[in-house]
Write a protein that binds this ligand. Structure first.
Ligand code: NAD
Ligand code: UDP
Length: 328
């Protein structure tokens, strides 16, 4: 029998790549999304396939379908998106976890959950291993996301201990690639969009803060390895340990786009982590997984995709978005 796999947040950046890979593997994919940051067009090429279906639904509401496996990705991920309606972000994270856990319990389905490096906050341990408990400001502007994700992890492990739900929790570090929302405000999308348009590149703060960037294809290989492992509750870090400052990233993007934009300094947002690099020893030993695509190569592919898309088709979430569903 064909495996029925639910992907919440399946019309988003990571979800759309995951849906593609799962359909390729011969699974019947149910892509569930409320289209807050995701777009139907991103998964349009899958919609002709009889092994793919789209369901417009909000994970803040219970989910009642029959499935064998679940990937829970629904949650805005970019600071500009998750700070847009912070209450909805927290509720999406927590209620999305509860509703996918209840479904996993009912269907006896394996549940993959996408957590984040943000659970480490502004880390005082570098690089960050899974055992590090983090340094999160619980009342700051990023807390809706960070604490929402921490609470989701917490309830994942309680369902696992209380009800034996087979959970697979990964902590994802900054990932980039085609299908990123070009107006998500993240650094990779901003720099590429700005460089291609000949606009100034916006450096927040002094640009010396660091991030580690993973190409999406590598990350999805990690998702599948996590789900396929005999036993891997996690949490397991997934990311590329290559660490770059934002100034280094800016010059690489300019080099690869043959751009000559100026760099302009803008204020550093509150609680912006100063450094971030995954310790992926556990992923290597448990999943035999590590990323293979260097930043320059991944950026080239991402720049190619950004060069081809019609930016007018991508709009930022509306300022008065309140969690309602739209099918447009
Ligand atoms: P994204 O914004 O592109 O995708 C999220 C998807 O979830 C979108 O399609 C959105 O419409 C949908 N969604 C949001 N709220 C929903 C709700 N209440 N009900 C149903 N659908 C909803 O972001 P992404 O980068 O693809 O992130 C996917 C997951 O991975 C998120 O859970 C995010 O926290 C996690 N993650 C991503 C990164 C990264 O670098 N991309 C890093 C760490 C963690
Ligand atoms: N950043 C920047 N210019 C931009 C957008 C972001 O310098 O136009 C910085 C941001 O302050 C942060 C880093 O780039 O230090 C990564 O930001 P992003 O929003 O991509 O991810 P996150 O902060 O969630 O890791």
């Amino acid at each position: 029998m064909t495996q029925r796999t639910l992907v919440t947040g399946g019309a988003g950046f990571l979800g759309s790549h995951l849906c593609e890979r799962l359909v390729e593997r011969g699974e019947h994919v149910i892509c569930l999304d409320n289209l807050f940051t995701g777009r139907r067009e991103t998964i349009a090429h899958l919609e002709d396939n009889s092994n793919f279906e789209f369901v417009l639904h909000d994970v803040m509401e219970p989910i009642d379908i029959e499935v064998d496996a679940i990937y829970n990705l629904a949650c805005p991920a970019a600071p500009g998106h998750y700070q847009h309606n912070p209450v909805n972000t927290t509720m999406t994270s927590i209620l999305g976890a509860v509703h996918t856990l209840e479904l996993a319990k009912k269907c006896n389905a394996k549940l993959f959950h996408s957590s984040t490096s943000e659970v480490y906050g502004d880390p005082t341990v570098h690089p960050q291993p899974e055992s590090y408990r983090g340094n999160v400001n619980p009342i700051g502007l990023r807390a809706c996301y960070d604490e929402g994700k921490r609470a989701a992890e917490s309830i994942m492990f309680d369902y696992h201990r209380m009800h034996g739900v087979d959970i697979r929790v990964v902590r994802i570090f900054n990932t980039y690639g085609p299908h990123m929302h070009p107006f998500d405000g993240r650094v990779v999308s901003n720099f590429i969009r700005q460089a291609l348009a000949g606009e100034n590149l916006t450096i927040f703060g002094d640009g010396l803060q660091s991030r580690s960037f993973c190409y999406v294809e590598d990350l999805i290989n990690g998702f599948l390895a996590m789900m396929d492992a005999d036993e891997a509750t996690g949490p397991i870090n997934l990311g590329n340990p290559g660490e770059f400052t934002m100034l280094e990233l800016a010059s690489l993007v300019l080099e690869l786009t043959n751009g000559d934009s100026e760099l302009i300094m803008q204020p550093l947002p509150a609680d912006d982590p100063t450094q971030r690099q995954p310790d992926i020893s556990l992923a290597k030993s448990t999943l035999q997984w590590e990323p293979t695509i260097p930043l320059a190569e991944g950026l080239k592919r991402t720049i190619d995709w950004f060069s081809e898309i019609d930016l007018s088709q991508w709009t930022p979430p509306t300022p008065n978005w309140g969690g309602g569903l739209t099918d447009e």
